[in-house]
Design a protein around this ligand. Structure first.
Ligand SMILES: [Zn+2]
Length: 278
């Protein structure tokens, strides 16, 4: 008999009306058809989640994200090729992404950015840094041209990312999704007007520095997300995530900020509307 404790079945936090999920992957959660999308949204709504931004990180996934957003009025899409897959950004992909970004239900270009973690761990499967940089610059230009928010994925690429963002044209809004960088990067990002979006890892015991970053972000530069099906917040770390569980992260961020959770939810909802133009 295994001595390992069975993992608990994750449950939503106490309902927090008006909270949002600023970055999730509904298709990766298992929601592909309209009915499946509606089921995820219904469970999220029961937990107080009013709005969801779902992200496609490859061309097929971006089509899924846009279809979900066109189907359910509480869902908006972000479309891009993920940095690890930047070699897929060929001419056909560029042409289709440029079209998708102009759709009114697509509210962000992303996730794009830099990921050196996977370059180190799976170099043959991961686009090299110079290909990632070229793709990032193309996505920045698309965000600027369309007036949509730029949604950044950054894993262990702080210095290069901050350099590229500084010397590029400035999108209307720049969101650092699943913010996981050191506090000095948080301060620099806040100074530049970027929006820090916090995911379940802000709840992990060892991540005091992320909670400090969440406390430092002014209202208007703070979002909350699940990045589901990944990054499940405590106390369900390691299980499968979905938008209905975003409340755990919101309560943790509210505590780190010494803020009333309902007030935080209202602020984050207003930031969602401004950033994504909804
Ligand atoms: Zn993501």
């Amino acid at each position: 008999m295994s001595k390992k404790k069975p993992k608990p079945t994750p449950q939503p936090a106490e309902t927090l009306p008006g909270i949002v999920d600023a970055h999730t992957h509904l298709a990766s959660c298992g929601a592909r058809t309209g009915a499946e999308v509606d089921a995820f949204v219904e469970r999220a709504v029961a937990a107080g989640v009013g709005k969801i931004c779902t992200v496609g990180d490859g061309l097929a996934e971006a089509e899924d994200a846009l279809a979900a957003a066109q189907h359910n009025p509480r869902v908006w899409a972000a479309c891009a090729i993920h940095p690890t897959r930047a070699r897929e950004l060929d001419d056909a992909a560029r042409a289709r992404l440029a079209e998708m970004a102009r759709d009114p239900r697509c509210v962000a270009v992303g996730e794009t950015g830099l990921d050196t973690y996977w370059i180190r761990h799976k170099p043959e499967e991961t686009a090299p840094l110079e290909v990632q940089e070229e793709a990032l610059r193309w996505h920045i230009d698309l965000a600027v041209a369309t007036g949509k928010a730029l949604m950044i994925h950054n894993r262990e690429g702080d210095a290069d990312l901050m350099r590229i963002l500084a010397d590029s044209p400035k999108p209307r809004e720049t969101v650092l999704h699943c913010f996981s960088s050191p506090l000095d990067v948080a301060h620099e990002a806040i100074e530049r007007g970027y929006v820090l979006s916090f995911a379940g890892n802000v709840t992990f015991k060892r991540n005091d520095e992320l909670r400090a970053a969440a406390a430092a972000a002014p209202a208007g530069q703070l979002l909350i997300e699940t990045d589901a099906p990944y990054m499940t917040p405590e106390p369900y770390r390691g299980t499968r995530n979905e938008p209905a569980f975003v409340g755990h992260t919101a309560y943790c961020v509210a505590e780190a900020r010494g803020q009333d959770p309902a007030e935080l939810a209202a602020e984050v909802s207003a930031t969602f509307d401004r950033v994504y133009g909804v």
